[in-house]
Design a protein around this ligand. Structure first.
Ligand code: AR6
Length: 343
């Protein structure tokens, strides 16, 4: 998956490069800087001494030494003075310059901490916004696995004001569901299921029966051949059809879905590919499907949207709102401790 928000200590993240939220001297300090220097060992400080410091918004690269990464990219975030002194532009430039350096060193993966959101006091929610905007803009034109490592629980949490409406939507939907399906009086409260086949069902099954091969043919055909004639359009066929119908390029679609190119090729070349639920939903979001269309697509892969899953309810909330920005959705999923959309 090209972009993931994770909760971890960045010194434990295995990838090609990790980013250090340093100060202009590049000679170490507290916070993530201190943690990185401790984990990398004294050789890191020795190399940093040769670099001649670093300006705010710029970035410099060193080796990773004892860290589980090849490189450390040191960048200097702005100190927050209320947002009136170009802090946002400087923070944006930290992300851009670090990603540029990673590219020049052919890194395939990189992990960022929330630059400036600690000692430098940049408000965490705004720091996350800048990070996500810059990373997603970069990923529109580049292939790289980017992690945003959120260490501090409060930085992205369901309790924040910006997630209040989603929290309320979850509560309302949960309440509704748990009232209807209260397990203690399940028999009385379960909605009645109409077991009689309606006309549409009958036609559907008749059609299936007509298509079904005779016992003689069954003996002569292989199981694969039989399945092929009986199975409707598969998930991958549906996906490729919708991409064409929406006039999208494949790359546009998998990028919007936060899915990496290799996984997309696998899906494209295997009509019977069995995707995970987050993958299906990621494509539904990328294709901007309605809720009904999303349900159809999920069904193709053997899934359904459920009101007893927070994950499903959050995705449903965004689709209903017509907000198809996968990074916004993933930020909310992360805040509510759910798995993220994508591969
Ligand atoms: N892994 C991931 N994130 C971490 C870790 C860790 N091990 N430790 C802290 N964070 P800060 P700044 C988070 O203060 O605001 C240093 O002294 C932390 O929760 O490290 O850019 C430098 O030398 C916060 O969200 O960096 C500079 O003088 C984020 O990393 C100054 O601090 C950044 O917090 C830079 O301040």
């Amino acid at each position: 998956m090209p972009f993931q928000i994770i909760r971890n200590d960045i010194t434990k993240v295995t990838c090609d490069a990790i980013v250090n939220a340093a100060n202009k001297s590049l000679l170490g300090g507290g916070g993530v800087d201190g943690a990185i220097h401790r984990a990398a060992g004294p050789e890191l400080l020795a190399e940093c001494r040769t670099l001649g410091g670093c300006a705010t918004g710029s970035a410099k690269i060193t080796k990773g030494y004892r860290l589980p990464c090849k490189y450390v990219i040191h960048t200097v975030g702005p100190i927050w003075w209320g947002g009136f002194f170009g802090e946002k532009e400087k923070l944006e430039s930290c992300y851009r310059n670090s990603l540029q350096l990673a590219m020049e060193h052919r890194c395939e993966s990189i992990a960022f901490p929330l630059i400036s959101a600690g000692v430098y006091r940049y408000p965490a929610d705004q720091a996350v916004k800048v990070a996500i905007e810059q990373i997603s803009t970069f990923l529109e034109d580049h292939e790289m696995m980017v992690y945003l490592v959120v260490f501090d629980r409060k930085a992205v949490s369901a309790g924040q004001k910006r997630f209040r409406e989603i929290g309320e939507y979850i509560d309302d939907t949960y309440v509704e569901t748990s009232m209807r399906y209260d397990i203690r009086n399940r028999k009385q409260s379960l909605p009645k299921v109409n077991t009689a086949c309606n006309e549409a069902d009958t036609c559907f099954y008749q059609e299936k029966m007509e298509k079904a091969p005779s016992p003689q043919a069954v003996r002569e055909k292989s199981l694969d051949e039989i399945l092929e004639t009986m199975i409707d359009e598969s998930f991958s066929e549906m996906l490729l059809r919708l991409i064409d119908e929406k006039g999208m390029k494949d790359s546009e679609c998998y990028k919007k879905a936060n899915i990496d190119r290799k996984l997309f090729s696998k899906i494209r070349s295997n009509p019977l590919y069995k995707p995970s639920k987050p993958t299906v939903l990621a494509f539904a979001v990328a294709l901007e499907l309605s809720l009904d269309e999303t349900r159809d697509m999920l069904m193709k892969a053997g899934f359904a949207l459920s009101h007893s899953s927070k994950f499903d309810i959050i995705v449903e909330y965004f689709i209903k709102k017509g907000n198809y920005n996968i990074f916004d959705i993933n930020e909310a999923l992360f805040a509510f401790d759910q798995s993220l959309l994508g591969s």
